[in-house]
Design a binder for this molecule. Structure first.
Ligand code: FAD
Length: 464
């Protein structure tokens, strides 16, 4: 497709998506059902040959888990994508069965839970991109950053985007999915729109991640590991298998307990977690990289949906609108939920009508973030150093209840099934508040203050 066509003033049958991350790619797939052409503008150069690191997604060097709800929605949008991800080296695990997982309460036993896909973020992006590009109506322009929005003469509708050299690209609908560095606020201000209010909670969680070669160990009975921190012992770690026989170990901690990024300090931090399990796994494994840190982990919701004035033809999706502390693993699933909400909103509209529905679409798509936001912010508020609006009474009651749910979920099949339904964003949190579940949670379970962490749960004990 040549650029003359892109610049055609009658862009109403043309949608433009900014950013080829997960949120942008899935939105493009949905929009191609209504628009004759969808152009995805991506600032980075993109490698076609295979999964590769790129600077626009620096978080890809840290553990990414995709909960079942996100994977199911991606499979609906891109049939066969799960198989493609697995053949690229991603693992589809049963959580917690296949994980050696120490919760804030205790080790998870072999209770029912949910599926979770673990794989490198580079692989997930590359596979989804390849599948999205099977649709001939979609094309990606790599190395092509958007620098602003173009508005109609009355300023009430977005009619395109500005490219680096200032030339415009006409569009009937523009989606900003440029992630956490989104400039939507400034772009809208340039068109005369007020800044949205922002709600922010920052637990100052730090990440440090390092690749290892997976050592052969016939006695190993788990496939991934998660040693969670808790407020009185905030250091944690995750270990997942990746393509190419690699492990990715991500160490986490808040404030002063943030993990180190020096080679010689990585193992020492791993040894200081609540259980030595992760240290034991990696201490003799061959490192394939030096540790890499990541510190920008605040929850931040830019409330575009609350603005009184909103231009037709424009929405902000994914991390650009609402991002979460990544430790709960929800960003990609929320991107898929937002794409699903977008699909529901435009199902009965013509391309021309989608622009007029932008304000409603903004509200409905960001609503997909609500449960993940509630989980992340109420959990983060357990940590004393978390900055943000203080928890209200309802949140404090919920926190106490969820502590007990966690204890129950470790070994009670009914509670664990419901807990993982909520954590995977499959089921409403209300399912944990049904009378039967509440009685089970409140009457049976008491919080251990110092769980015995040295002994692994029986289903993961070494068989040798
Ligand atoms: C350390 C860390 C760990 C995480 N772990 C998990 C996890 O375990 N599970 C999970 O589900 N989520 C996780 N997330 C969240 C997840 O990475 C994001 O929520 C998810 O990628 C959706 O992001 P997005 O598509 O909105 O933005 P991104 O993936 O950040 O993509 C934005 C894209 O926009 C491009 N771009 C930026 N500016 C421009 C511009 N001006 N013009 C054109 N293109 C532009 C960028 O190059 C990039 O390609 C984690 C995040 C972090 C930070």
């Amino acid at each position: 497709m040549d650029d003359d066509m892109d610049n055609h003033p009658a862009g109403h049958d043309h949608a433009v998506v900014l950013g080829a991350g997960l949120a942008g790619l899935l939105a493009a797939r949905v929009l191609a059902k209504r628009f004759a052409r969808v152009t995805v503008l991506e600032r980075d150069e993109l490698a076609d040959a295979g999964p590769a690191f790129r600077p626009g997604v620096p978080q890809s060097r840290h553990v990414h888990v995709l909960w079942s709800r996100g994977l199911e929605l991606m499979e609906e949008l891109l049939p066969g994508v799960t198989r493609e991800l697995q053949s690229g080296g991603a693992s589809l695990l049963e959580s917690p069965r296949d994980l050696l997982w120490l919760s804030p309460a205790d080790w998870f036993g072999p209770v029912p839970g949910t599926r979770v896909l673990v794989g490198s973020r580079e692989l997930i992006d590359w596979t989804v991109r390849r599948e999205v590009l099977r649709d001939e109506r979609i094309r990606i322009r790599p190395g092509c950053p958007a620098t602003g929005l173009v508005a109609g003469p009355d300023g009430r509708s977005v009619t395109g985007v500005e490219l680096r050299e200032g030339e415009p690209l006409a569009a009937g609908f523009v989606v900003d999915a440029t992630g956490r560095t989104s400039k939507a606020r400034a772009w809208l201000a340039a068109l005369g729109y007020p800044a949205p209010k922002t709600t922010r909670y920052d637990s100052h969680l730090g990440y440090s991640s390092r690749y290892f070669e997976i050592p052969s160990d016939p006695a190993r009975r788990w496939q991934a590991m998660y040693v969670q921190g808790r407020p009185d012992s905030p250091r944690g770690g995750v270990l997942v298998p990746l393509d190419g026989g690699r492990w990715l170990a991500t160490l986490i901690g808040n404030g002063e307990d943030a993990p180190p990024t020096k080679d010689e300090e990585f193992l020492g931090f791993a040894r200081s977690l609540r259980s030595p399990a992760l240290y034991d796994a990696i201490r003799d494994a061959k490192p394939l990289s030096s540790p890499i840190g990541f510190r920008s982990t605040a929850n931040e919701w830019r409330h575009y949906e609350r603005l009184e004035r909103w231009p037709a033809g424009f929405v902000v999706l994914g991390d650009a609108a609402c991002r979460f502390n990544p430790v709960y693993g929800h960003g990609m699933t929320v991107a898929a939920l937002a794409a699903d909400a977008l699909a529901a909103e435009i199902r009965t509209l013509s391309a021309r009508d989608v622009a007029g529905a932008a304000r409603r679409i903004q509200r409905r798509t960001v609503a997909a973030a609500a449960v993940a936001w509630q989980i992340a912010t109420s959990e983060d508020l357990r940590y004393p150093g978390t900055e943000g609006p203080p928890p209200d009474r309802a949140t404090r009651i919920l926190q106490g209840y969820m502590s007990r749910v966690m204890v129950g979920a470790n070994s009670d099949p009914e509670i664990s099934g419901r807990f993982f339904g909520v954590l995977s964003l499959t089921a409403s949190p209300n399912t944990l508040l049904s009378p039967g579940t509440m009685i089970r949670v409140l009457s049976k379970w008491r919080l251990p203050t110092a769980p015995v962490t040295a002994d692994y749960p029986s289903h993961h004990r070494s068989q040798l």
